[in-house]
Design a protein around this ligand. Structure first.
Ligand SMILES: Cc1cc2nc3c(=O)[nH]c(=O)nc-3n(C[C@H](O)[C@H](O)[C@H](O)COP(=O)(O)O)c2cc1C
Length: 329
């Protein structure tokens, strides 16, 4: 059955975040308060179709018990989108990741929103919003669809525009028969510098209602927690809400009522320790830089006396073993 049809309303998604939402962190969030859908970090299809493939596969890694993982792709070559989408749909990539038969991604998302210079200067990600790149955006969507051939749903995650808000971009996207569209309420130029403009996300919903009522729409940008997301979904008629950085304030961000404020020092340390242990078990041979854990250290080692001092010691650790000792047996 099409996974999209099984989603509650509103559904909640953990936003893709590079070097953050790997299998380890997703498993932690699944254990605290799970959203309905998870996205992988973005992975480059052109890299996946090159000799560098094995190095990039870590971005797609997931384990059998993980709930609803969507693979997020970016790149430039439509043919590579087609082949990778096909390899996702037919289970080739899941098998390559060592997963048992029948265990697969639930969908594919195309990143058309990342604002980073390194991606944009090549014409990828948010650069695809530009009018001059619309044919390429169209070819990429068509190629991904051809690879999936309806076996898995296809979605696009994007921004309100490149330099300016661009409704022609949404008219175009909503003509592509997508299963889902996620709109981050800022332009590329705005990066993350201004508050997300939800009223404009609401305008895209109205366009969706007129042009493509079958396409589910999720809104994204500055959502604090589930109650806040529910309010926005109701106000703007959205099917879903995607939360990213909110998880750095509260690992229970998807809970109906978050217990995080009441968590003791010992509980906070134990949660970080759980993540460090899973990191150690998952990423061997320095597949992931241990420094990527420092971002999480700030999340968990917080809100109790002595947190700052403990954080300072933890952030100098060079190995997961050292971290575990510092976090106590
Ligand atoms: C550290 C970091 C990494 C990100 N990596 C990705 C990514 O790989 N793919 C993507 O579509 N968006 C990425 N984003 C953007 C988020 O998915 C999200 O759109 C943005 O943070 C706004 O939502 P928020 O206000 O809920 O955080 C990233 C954001 C952050 C902070």
């Amino acid at each position: 059955m099409n996974f999209i049809a099984t989603l509650p309303k509103p559904f909640f998604v953990l936003a893709p975040m590079d070097d953050v939402t790997d299998t380890v962190f997703r498993q932690i969030i699944q254990s605290t308060a799970a959203p309905d859908v998870f996205f992988t970090e973005f992975v480059n299809v052109d890299g996946l179709m090159s000799p560098g493939r094995s190095k990039l596969m870590k971005k797609l890694r997931f384990v059998e018990g993980e709930r609803a993982v969507v693979a997020q792709l970016w790149g430039l070559n439509p043919e590579n989108f087609k082949v990778v989408a096909e390899q996702i749909a037919d289970g080739t990539i899941a098998r390559e990741l060592g997963l048992p038969d029948g265990c697969n991604f639930v969908g594919v998302d195309l990143n058309m929103g990342c604002p980073a210079k390194s991606e944009v200067q090549n014409g990828a990600c948010s650069a695809l919003i530009k009018l001059e790149n619309r044919q390429l955006a169209s070819d990429i969507i068509d190629a991904a669809k051809e690879g999936l051939t309806g076996r898995l749903p296809l979605s696009v995650k994007t921004r309100l525009g490149f330099n300016e808000v661009d409704m022609s971009w949404f008219e175009f996207l909503l003509g592509k028969d997508l299963n889902m569209l996620t709109v981050h309420g800022r332009t590329r130029k705005e990066m993350s510098k201004v508050p997300a403009r939800w009223e404009l996300i609401g305008d895209v919903v109205k366009l969706r209602d007129a042009l493509a009522p079958e396409t589910l729409m999720a809104g994204n940008g500055d959502v604090r927690d589930r109650p806040h997301g529910e309010e926005l979904a109701e106000q703007y008629g959205l099917d879903g809400i995607m939360i990213g950085r909110g998880v750095f304030q509260d690992p229970y961000v998807f809970a109906v009522k978050s217990p995080w404020d009441a968590k003791t020092k010992a509980e906070r340390i134990a949660l970080y320790r759980q993540q460090v242990e899973l990191f150690q078990e998952t990423w061997q041979n320095r597949e992931r830089n241990i420094k990527t854990l420092n971002r999480f250290c700030k999340v968990y080692i917080n809100g109790f006396d002595g947190a700052k001092e403990l954080r300072e010691r933890l952030m100098t650790a060079e190995t997961t073993g050292e971290l575990i000792v510092l976090l106590g047996a």
